[in-house]
Design a protein around this ligand. Structure first.
Ligand code: PNS
Length: 167
């Protein structure tokens, strides 16, 4: 039987509990999920692609059908290369919609057989974003409810000014 693969792309700078919830739910819908750290050369992320991949790997431990990878290029080229059938994205609020809709339509135009599947975020994660997590961590705020337990210390050590992070 055909293995139905989905790609879950993003910056993941860093992965949040919101991302993890979407990944977990995608893993119940598809045979295999590839969480893809998309490298955008025009962005200046806080964590290197290798660090982001490693943090995701730690967070998805125990999810046997979830893999992690990094890629620099057009998402649909990666999707085609892996024989994936879907791109999975999380939608938090109306504010996400226009940008995501535009990306989904562009990707559909370029690779018509691949569907973009939107999963609505769980209510407890509606407000979560990587950039907010970084702001809170930078000023020594509590990020327990925002990031996977497995990466809590690493995010704080890297970002918190009091813990020797960037000044
Ligand atoms: O976490 P983000 O920053 O919202 O993720 C956006 C991402 C990486 C999924 C998106 O920018 C993307 O797919 N980039 C890859 C380049 C590409 O394929 N661009 C055309 C899409 S319309």
């Amino acid at each position: 039987m055909e293995t139905r693969i989905a790609v879950c792309p993003g910056s993941f700078d860093p992965i949040t509990l919101g991302h993890l919830d979407i990944i977990r739910r995608a893993a119940t819908l598809f045979d295999q999920v590839i969480v893809l750290v998309v490298i955008n050369p025009s962005k200046t992320p806080s964590f290197t692609p290798e660090e982001r991949v490693e943090m995701i790997r730690k967070s998805v431990e125990g999810m046997p059908n979830v893999k992690v990878d990094a890629y620099c290029g057009l998402l649909i080229d990666y999707v085609r290369e892996k024989g994936a059938v879907a791109i999975v994205k999380g939608l938090r609020a109306v504010s996400d919609f226009e940008y995501e809709f535009q990306m989904a339509l562009t990707n559909k135009k370029m690779l018509p057989y691949a569907e973009t599947v939107f999963l609505t975020t769980s209510t407890q994660n509606m407000y979560l974003s990587s950039s907010l997590v970084k702001q809170v961590a930078m000023f020594d705020g509590d990020i327990t409810d925002f990031v996977p337990r497995a990466i809590y210390n690493e995010v704080r050590e890297r970002l918190c000014k009091k813990q020797g992070g960037p000044q």
